[in-house]
Ligand binder design. Structure first.
Ligand SMILES: NC(=O)c1ccc[n+]([C@@H]2O[C@H](COP(=O)([O-])OP(=O)(O)OC[C@H]3O[C@@H](n4cnc5c(N)ncnc54)[C@H](O)[C@@H]3O)[C@@H](O)[C@H]2O)c1
Ligand SMILES: O=P(O)(O)OC[C@H](O)CO
Length: 346
């Protein structure tokens, strides 16, 4: 750990994950500036020491201070970005001149532009050194200090890791170094889509064999897409890929899983997504992910199915029937693990 006074860290986004990360970072006594877009939430956090709408029941450390002013974060050495993926670019525009380490913690792909979060941040904050923090991390567990491990993918390699790891690591929060920024991003974005699919399996009561099959074939889709996008397959079998996939595909603590479960039980996506306060990123990522896969000739039938489902185009049961009716094929094509293409099946 670094010696001397602890540097102040900024966190942008005071939803469940931003607040949990602030709590984790403040656990060594350092000051954390937590930016929230809602002025009333800023006032409530500073007065009551709890984020009731997004992370209820967690007494926030006294060194966390909420602010509504992004300028307060502009001169810090390290800022974590934890907005919903679709809003990251808009929010970061307020920090355009930042030149420290920007650690991206959101999981998704920008609809319309097909940009990964690092591409968005690079365009909006060109002077920042980018890193991606991703892995199996339910916010309430991190906030409670339960053991958690993540991938910390550093675009500036080991030099950046030497700067960031002492700032981010805590006794119960273990980052693992990686250089594979795109791999860490793709694992987190794709697993949200697959968690919706696993929730559908639960909602339709299709059994645990079906869920395990979906995790296995979903992982194959994740690796196919990731490798085509330049990720390392090993990253997608690590914490930010398979680790997070298993977590969110097996727990009703996952918002994506519970969204899928409600869809499987017959709910309409429009109604389920219409008035929710919390974000289920898979619903936004699925259509853009399916479109990117189609454009590149990468077979992603599960992602396609989720994209159809969240658009209310097809009922859940019909989608399952379609997936099961696909022609039989090899699990791993000879010499080319996870190969895909128009004629390949998931
Ligand atoms: N919750 C978790 O356990 C967890 C863990 C790892 C990663 N993440 C990722 O972190 C990101 C944030 O998720 P969360 O769980 O903290 O959010 P949340 O669902 O708890 O809260 C929603 C957040 O969205 C913000 N928001 C709503 N409309 C907005 C707008 N127009 N512009 C900017 N912000 C807006 C709200 O202020 C709030 O901070 C997501 O990409 C999510 O996938 C979440
Ligand atoms: O609740 P979810 O489905 O958004 O998942 C939260 C985290 O991404 C788990 O790692």
């Amino acid at each position: 750990m670094s010696e001397g006074p602890l540097s102040t860290v900024g966190v942008i986004g005071a939803g469940a994950w931003g607040t949990a990360l602030a709590q984790m970072l403040a656990s060594d006594g350092r000051t954390v500036l937590l930016w929230a877009r809602e002025a009333e939430l800023v006032a409530a956090i500073n007065a009551d020491r709890v984020n009731t709408p997004y992370l209820p029941g967690i007494a926030l450390h006294p060194t966390i201070r909420a602010t509504n002013d992004l300028d307060e974060l502009s001169g810090l050495a390290t800022v974590l970005v934890v907005t919903p993926a679709q809003h990251m670019g808009t929010v970061l525009a307020g920090l355009a001149g930042f030149s420290g380490d920007l650690v991206l913690c959101s999981k998704g792909i920008e609809a319309g532009t097909e940009r990964m979060m690092a591409d968005v941040a690079r365009a909006v904050v060109p002077g920042a050194a980018l890193a991606v923090l991703s892995g199996p991390t339910f916010a309430h567990e991190v906030a409670a200090g339960l053991p958690t491990a993540v991938t910390l993918a550093c675009s500036d390699g080991e030099t950046q890791w030497q700067r960031l790891s002492p700032v981010i690591a805590r006794p119960a929060f273990r980052p693992y170094f990686s250089r594979d920024v795109i791999g860490a991003e793709i694992g987190g974005a794709v697993k949200n889509v697959l968690a919706v699919a696993c929730g559908v399996v639960e909602g339709l009561r299709l059994g645990q064999n079906a869920r395990a099959a979906l995790i296995g074939r979903g992982h194959a889709e994740m690796v196919r897409f990731g490798v085509a996008m330049g990720a390392q397959a090993e990253t997608l079998s690590g914490l930010s890929g398979l680790g997070d996939l298993v977590l969110t595909c097996t727990s009703t603590a996952s918002r994506n899983f519970t969204l899928g479960k409600a869809l499987g039980e017959g709910g309409s996506a429009a109604a389920l997504l219409g008035d929710r306060r919390t974000v289920a990123e898979g619903a936004f990522t699925a259509p853009v992910l399916a479109g990117m896969a189609r454009e590149r000739g990468i077979a992603m039938p599960i992602a396609e199915a989720v994209a159809a489902l969240v658009s209310d185009r097809v009922p859940a049961r019909a989608i399952v029937d379609t997936l099961l009716a696909r022609p039989l094929r090899a699990e791993v094509e000879a010499g080319v693990p996870y190969a895909g293409g128009e004629d390949s099946l998931g």
